[in-house]
Design a protein around this ligand. Structure first.
Ligand SMILES: Nc1ncnc2c1ncn2[C@@H]1O[C@H](COP(=O)(O)OP(=O)(O)OP(=O)(O)O)[C@@H](O)[C@H]1O
Length: 186
């Protein structure tokens, strides 16, 4: 593993979109890690929910999102690296050059990666999109979600790179060219 890219941004800023397209470009040199996966799995086990429904974008997702945030905050209070560690453990990260973490939401996530792998190995990329762009992608301000630390904790942080993702670019080719240059990936 040469580098770990920590991607953050508010809901509907394109974290998944860009991570998937970056992965397509890097192919077997990279993989995507989602911190939310062990959270969803543990929460689903806890409540014995249908895990596939939770991982999809179906109606389960929003319904359980708030409760899950409260519970995962409790786990994090005891061990701030718990979910980051679990997510990295689940993936064959030693088999690739680049790990793309597509859903970084908290200062403590970034702290855990830097402490665990060393600051040289970790690069942070913040995606931004205007509220009107996010709305056009289906975002609606939701009390209890958009005003919670999971959305706001990184608002006052600084990042290695910031990229505005407002232009419609279905293929993502231009954006990925920009990111590859920014992150100095050849
Ligand atoms: N540059 C772009 N061009 C075209 N469509 C885009 C672009 N960026 C994002 N989208 C679309 O916007 C929607 C939201 O993007 P995505 O799911 O990646 O956001 P997110 O930040 O991962 O959101 P969440 O935090 O809610 O999971 C998706 O349908 C995605 O295909």
């Amino acid at each position: 593993m040469k580098k770990i890219f920590l991607i953050s941004g508010k809901r509907k800023c394109g974290k998944d979109f860009i991570s998937e397209r970056l992965l397509n470009r890097l192919a077997d040199r990279a993989l995507i890690v989602r911190i939310s996966e062990p959270i969803k799995k543990e929460w689903a086990n806890k409540l014995q929910l249908d895990i596939q429904a939770m991982l999809s974008d179906g109606p389960y997702k929003e319904q359980y999102r708030r409760d899950m945030i409260v519970w995962s905050d409790e786990v994090r209070r005891r061990d701030y690296g718990f979910f980051c560690r679990a997510a990295m453990k689940q993936a064959p990260v030693d088999e690739v050059d680049y790990v793309i973490v597509s859903d970084v939401r908290r200062k403590n996530d970034i702290r855990w990666f830097r402490e665990t792998y060393g600051p040289q190995m970790v690069q942070t990329l913040r995606l931004t999109s205007l509220p009107e762009t996010r709305k056009a992608r289906g975002w609606q301000f939701t009390v209890g979600v958009d005003d919670e630390p999971s959305e706001c904790d990184l608002d006052d942080s600084s990042f290695d790179y910031v990229l505005a993702n407002d232009k419609d670019d279905q293929s993502g080719e231009q954006l990925i060219d920009q990111i590859m240059a920014m992150l100095q990936i050849s």
